[in-house]
Design a protein around this ligand. Structure first.
Ligand code: NAP
Length: 272
């Protein structure tokens, strides 16, 4: 029997690549997104449903989940992928941007999970895969908000896994390194306030490193899709999956080093 995955943020990047990857392997795909009317490629495929789902809109979440269940009979895997990055000095952020960052990356993920859990509980089965980041295990300067959300995703996922086991559900976490998507462009909420000169040295140095990082070879989103597919189908109890050579390198270093030494290392990289 064909299995079904529901994906949030399937309009672009990792979500879109994952939708195509699962569909190519014979899955039904509920490729949810904020603006399905703009979707050309996925919408034309058989066994792909493209409902509107904005993780900030509860009504759209429940309607998309219901539409998915009606179309395919059941959901086997939930991929919480929708998200973006807010970077910059905390003091430079309007409060509404802070709330939006946590509402999207954290509360939205919880709301979608809560909308699917009753279905999984009824089936006594299901896999929840949460897209975290290497930034859920380590931090870069100016990332108090983004890393705050991804550390939250890590803690939520790990803690949820205990109770999920009681209803036959597995919770998994995918930690990509740098991936070639719109993340650093359209999905980057960078805030700075030149009226606070104290921060401008840090901002300048960090932006310089980020800009030179953009010239490095990021992994393609298809690589993350493959890792997600592995997590969805390996039937193991493995919780965390890294995606990308840089993710392995950085998280191995994070694990191998004392915390203070690792932070000194990050500071040295940014010349702070
Ligand atoms: N790229 C990286 O280097 C990287 C590394 C580690 C982790 N990640 C994580 O990977 C995930 C996907 O990012 P990406 O790299 O694929 O970036 P992307 O290409 O910019 O995709 C972001 C997706 O999230 C969606 N989204 C944003 N706000 C939403 C909302 N309120 N409701 C529903 N969907 C929403 C976007 O939809 P719209 O098209 O409507 O804007 C888009 O589909 C994120 O959670 C990100 O934190 C990315």
């Amino acid at each position: 029997m064909r299995k079904t995955i529901l994906i949030t943020g399937a309009s672009a990047g990792i979500g879109k690549a994952t939708a195509a990857h699962f569909h190519d392997r014979g899955w039904n795909v509920i490729a949810t997104m904020r603006t399905p009317e703009n979707e050309q490629e996925l919408a034309g495929r058989e066994n792909v449903l493209v409902p509107r789902l904005d993780v900030l809109d509860l009504d759209s979440i429940s309607k998309a989940v219901q539409a998915g269940i009606e179309a395919f009979g059941r959901i086997d895997v939930l991929l919480n992928n929708a998200g973006y990055g807010a970077y910059g000095p905390l003091e430079a952020f309007p409060r509404e941007n802070i709330v939006r960052q946590f509402n999207t990356n954290v509360i939205g993920l919880l709301d979608v999970t809560r909308a699917v859990l009753p279905h999984f509980r009824e089936n006594g089965a299901g896999v929840i895969i949460n897209v975290s980041s290497i930034g859920g295990k380590m931090t870069f300067p100016l990332g108090s908000l983004y890393h705050g959300t991804k550390f939250a995703v890590e803690g939520i996922s790990e803690a949820l896994s205990y109770e999920a086991e009681a209803i036959g559900v597995k919770v998994k976490i995918v930690e990509p390194g740098m991936i070639a998507t719109d993340f650093a462009g359209r999905s980057f909420d960078f805030q700075n306030d030149p009226a606070m000169p104290e921060y401008q040295g840090v901002v300048g140095k960090v932006m310089q490193v980020f800009a030179s990082g953009a010239e490095m070879q990021p992994s393609p989103p298809e690589l993350v899709a493959e890792v997600i597919y592995g997590a969805a189908t390996d039937d193991s109890n493995q919780m965390r999956y890294r995606a990308g050579a840089d993710a392995h390198q950085l998280l191995d270093a994070r694990r191998a080093m004392e915390e203070d030494a690792f932070i000194q290392n990050i500071k040295a990289q940014f010349q702070l």
